[in-house]
Design a protein around this ligand. Structure first.
Ligand code: SF4
Length: 288
């Protein structure tokens, strides 16, 4: 049995950087907290917690030497509050998200109304809204464009992880209603690259394991994409979910993983499949 890895899989640049920054702070001997989980993966959150990096849900509960702002970023008031409390801040806001925050501030300073294509409750969106200086809107469906106030001067950006087609549909609806909107495509390529690689992988194999958290939306999307091309696709959180029976009649098995899945979970899946296959060489290498 051959084992193939997707060309691009696993942790994106922003989440990998956030984990590294948090671990660096821990090594410096500080008590480290994050506001919300650092990554959408229960096994990695548990590993970080065991190491001493604890996720808290509210600002009021924060204490200790250091707080890591996760890759999603946070509203300016969060930074102000932490500074007032004398807490050391490690800002792990993904540079791509930071760019959206700067756009929000600059464009609204110029009198535009920020229109974010994304999910209103998502922490990245909530953080970006904090940088808008005047009324701002979040839309998830082109039909919502009709509900924007008539005097809106739109400056349109995207939540970094929305589907690019969705974003372009929204822009089309906005252009049809408002003259000369400012438009910035801030969709991050990490999601698209993993989805494209998953398609390539699923079209070459008999079975696919998608490794990642069951609550992770990007992992679920990868599973949907693979399943459409390879019905024997399974979403698993850990290698313990692999059954030897699953491999019956399988000549080529593929592995991909969500943008929040750490390397060690992927490596455990590879090792388990290699054992089941009787030590076969990897066909291709992960190009992360
Ligand atoms: S998905 Fe993109 S924007 Fe979001 S954390 Fe990862 S690299 Fe940054």
């Amino acid at each position: 049995m051959d084992i193939l890895l997707a060309d691009v899989l696993g942790l994106c640049f922003g989440v990998r950087r956030a984990i590294t920054l948090a671990e660096d702070a821990l090594r410096a001997g500080q008590a480290v907290y994050t506001l919300g989980p650092l990554v959408h993966n229960p096994q990695e959150v548990a590993r970080l917690s065991d190491a001493g990096i604890r996720a808290l849900e509210t600002l009021e509960a924060l204490s200790g030497d250091t707080v890591v702002i996760r890759a999603h970023g946070a509203r300016p008031e969060v930074f102000e509050h932490l500074q007032q409390e004398g807490i050391t801040i490690v800002d792990a806001t993904c540079p791509f998200v930071a760019k959206s925050q700067r756009l929000a501030r600059n464009l609204t300073d110029q009198g535009y109304n920020l229109v974010i294509v994304g999910h209103p409750g998502h922490p990245e969106v909530q953080g970006i809204l904090g940088y808008a200086q005047n009324p701002a809107y979040v839309i998830t469906d082109p039909i919502e464009v009709a509900a924007l106030p008539r005097d809106t001067i739109p400056a349109v950006i995207a939540q970094t992880t929305v589907n690019e087609h969705t974003f372009l549909d929204m822009v089309e609806a906005i252009v049809a209603r408002f003259p000369h909107p400012q438009v910035y495509n801030t969709v991050c390529s990490a999601t698209r690259e993993r989805q494209d690689a998953a398609r390539r992988l699923a079209s070459q194999v008999d079975a696919v394991y998608v490794v990642g958290g069951r609550e992770s939306s990007n992992t679920n999307r990868l599973a949907e994409i693979c399943r459409a091309l390879c019905p024997a696709t399974r979403l698993i959180e850990t290698a313990a979910e692999i059954a030897a029976d699953d491999m019956q009649g399988v000549e080529r098995v593929g592995i991909t993983a969500g943008a929040s899945t750490p390397d060690w979970l992927i490596e455990q899946v590879v090792a388990t499949l290699r054992t089941l296959a009787g030590e076969v060489p990897l066909v291709n290498k992960n190009e992360r």
